[in-house]
Design a binder for this molecule. Structure first.
Ligand SMILES: NC(=O)C1=CN([C@@H]2O[C@H](COP(=O)(O)OP(=O)(O)OC[C@H]3O[C@@H](n4cnc5c(N)ncnc54)[C@H](O)[C@@H]3O)[C@@H](O)[C@H]2O)C=CC1
Ligand SMILES: O=C(O)C1=N[C@H](C(=O)O)C[C@H](O)C1
Length: 238
């Protein structure tokens, strides 16, 4: 398969390695620092574009892909105010777009455990839920996209929780998310249910970016064979 990389930073380079190990060709590397252009032959030759850039750049890049009817795998976080527009273009204009706040298969198992735990905790009184996430100091968005997905999983299951906040003093209906930025940490997420007598904690810690990159390449392989608005649930069949 031919792949165009949009964003050739930490994730772009990790994805390139895994894609090549799996026998794919990288036909374009588009980055604002240097590299290929959307109008170039390399981008035209790509079966799928994989986009990992930054929150402010992501939507514009998706539109460049859609103008050329190129399917997109999107990993950038922090741009979700435009998600409905993207869904609409998939439903009514024949575009194909795969989004995941976290492509790691392990994190997607963790998402399912989080939902199941929240469902159980809905029947139990005396616990307050909160979350923590820790990432490297270069990260531009806060809280992480993964933390937001975890919070949404809890809100869907837990009566009385309708939103999340990074405020130090959350309201009763809000889940507090604390975001820490430390050295080169790839990504740690923790969900805590605290009571007077004990704590229940679930935790995922990425050891490197390899799991995110492998998931993104698997998603590109899936996207090349499918159409519409896609996600990890479609691919992993959870
Ligand atoms: N969904 C997931 O599994 C994961 C998502 N991410 C997200 O992916 C994004 C990128 O992460 P990293 O690669 O670590 O960042 P990075 O900062 O190392 O790389 C981003 C690259 O995008 C380039 N760029 C910025 N604006 C651009 C534009 N308009 N057009 C083309 N290139 C542009 C930058 O020059 C840079 O090389 C972040 O939003 C991060 O949160 C990161 C890891 C996993
Ligand atoms: O910026 C990162 O590095 C990561 N971003 C994603 C997020 O915001 O959840 C996924 C992963 O945690 C790494």
């Amino acid at each position: 398969m031919n792949i165009a990389l949009i964003g050739y930073g930490k994730m772009g380079k990790e994805i390139e390695k895994i894609a090549q190990e799996r026998g794919h060709n990288i036909t374009a590397r588009i980055d604002m620092q240097s590299g290929d252009a959307f109008d170039g032959e390399g981008f035209a030759a790509a079966d799928v574009a994989i986009e990992f850039t930054m929150p402010a750049a992501a939507y514009g890049n998706y539109m460049e892909c859609f103008k050329r009817n190129k399917p997109v795998v999107s990993g950038t976080t922090g741009w979700l105010d435009k998600l409905n527009d993207i869904k609409e273009q998939c439903e009514n204009k024949g575009q194909t777009f795969f989004y995941a706040s976290n492509f790691s298969v392990g994190v997607n198992v963790f998402f399912e455990i989080n939902k199941k735990l929240a469902q159980l905790m809905n029947g139990v009184s005396g616990y307050e839920v909160s979350m923590e996430e820790t990432h490297h100091i270069h990260k531009k968005d806060s809280p992480s996209g993964t933390a937001i997905t975890l919070a949404e999983g809890i809100i869907d299951q837990l009566d009385g929780k309708t939103g999340w906040t990074e405020d130090q003093f959350p309201k009763d209906n809000e889940i507090q998310i604390e975001a820490f930025r430390r050295e080169e940490v790839p990504g740690i997420h923790t969900v805590i249910y605290d009571s007077e007598v004990d704590e229940i904690i679930i935790h995922h810690s990425a050891k490197s970016r390899k799991g995110f990159a492998l998931g993104a390449v698997l998603a590109a392989e899936f996207t090349a064979k499918n159409k519409g608005f896609l996600g990890m649930g479609d691919m992993l069949k959870f």
